[in-house]
Design a protein around this ligand. Structure first.
Ligand code: IPE
Ligand code: IPE
Ligand code: MG
Length: 259
């Protein structure tokens, strides 16, 4: 199994001394990434913003391959936010089509790589063929046991919390649940991320230091890692650097050091 995954990982990652040296016992369970800076990457090269998104899709593949090689349990990427609809329709269309095309292209290889894909967000608002493809991809990989790969599309943290609150309120109204029973566990189970562990490491590329409505509930105690590098220029080497840095963090969760 290890060999099978390893064989398919990019040499770029496997050959890194940093990769060999990484303390595997201190890797995050759940890594989440705000993939930002596609537009600025393109602008810097006098290209259209859409070229930045296309280049960014190549980075997604590289980072997923690195996650496979490292046997990271959970990787979540922020692909399109509920606020990104404010962009010009041509850009929105391009991103949605890009997701459709790359998914079609990569579905077999992801399945062979034992990846388990899941989509988070308001999927009913995607164009019908994309909606169907996300369902097909999830169904196809549901028995896989490798990297749990979550793609947040038409996702907003506030939208997710509202959605959870409404579904819990409905259950109370129907007498299924009493108000007193509402706890963190029930709330967790009402989110799009039901069944997923909380975020341990949150990475943002592109230089801005904000969370932009990503995984608000789930990142309560996430370690944050920022880089000025734009998403299309992000590399497995930088990814390994973030993971290494995470291994050095002292996480207290509100308690005291147990040193
Ligand atoms: C991230 O890159 C991709 C999406 C938000 C869809 P941007 O498109 O936000 O790139 P910048 O931040 O404008 O450079
Ligand atoms: C966050 O990036 C959303 C995604 C990466 C999908 P944005 O570019 O939309 O965030 P802001 O506008 O800089 O906060
Ligand atoms: Mg941006």
């Amino acid at each position: 199994m290890w060999n099978r995954l390893f064989k398919r990982a990019p040499r770029e990652v496997m050959d890194l001394p940093e990769f060999q040296e990484l303390d595997r016992s201190r890797l995050p369970v759940h890594t989440a990434i705000i993939m930002d800076g596609n537009g600025r990457w393109a602008k810097g090269r006098e290209l259209l913003r859409t070229a930045g998104h296309a280049a960014g899709a190549d980075t997604v593949k590289k980072i997923l391959k690195a996650a496979i090689a490292l046997e990271l349990p959970v990787l979540t990427i922020y692909m399109f936010s509920t606020e990104n609809w404010k962009r010009p329709p041509a850009e929105v269309d391009f991103i949605m089509r890009l997701l459709f095309d790359r998914l079609m292209q990569e579905i077999d290889e992801m399945d062979e790589d034992n990846v388990k894909i899941r989509f988070l967000g308001r999927l009913d608002e995607l164009f019908p063929a994309l909606r169907e493809l996300t369902q097909k991809a999830e169904d196809r990989m549901k028995g896989n046991t490798g990297v749990q790969f979550n793609v947040a599309v038409n996702y907003g943290g506030q939208d997710e919390i509202l959605h959870a609150a409404k579904s819990i309120a409905r259950r109370v109204q129907q007498g299924e649940l009493s108000t007193e029973d509402i706890d963190g566990k029930i709330f967790d189970a009402s989110l799009y991320t039901e069944g997923l562990p909380p975020v341990d490491l949150l990475i943002r590329t592109g230089g801005d230091m904000r969370v932009s409505n990503f995984l608000l509930w789930q990142s309560a105690y996430a370690e944050l890692w920022f880089t000025d590098t734009t998403w299309p220029d992000f590399t497995p080497l930088l990814f390994v650097e973030a993971l290494k840095d995470f291994g050095k963090r002292n996480r207290r969760f509100g308690g005291l050091d147990n040193k």
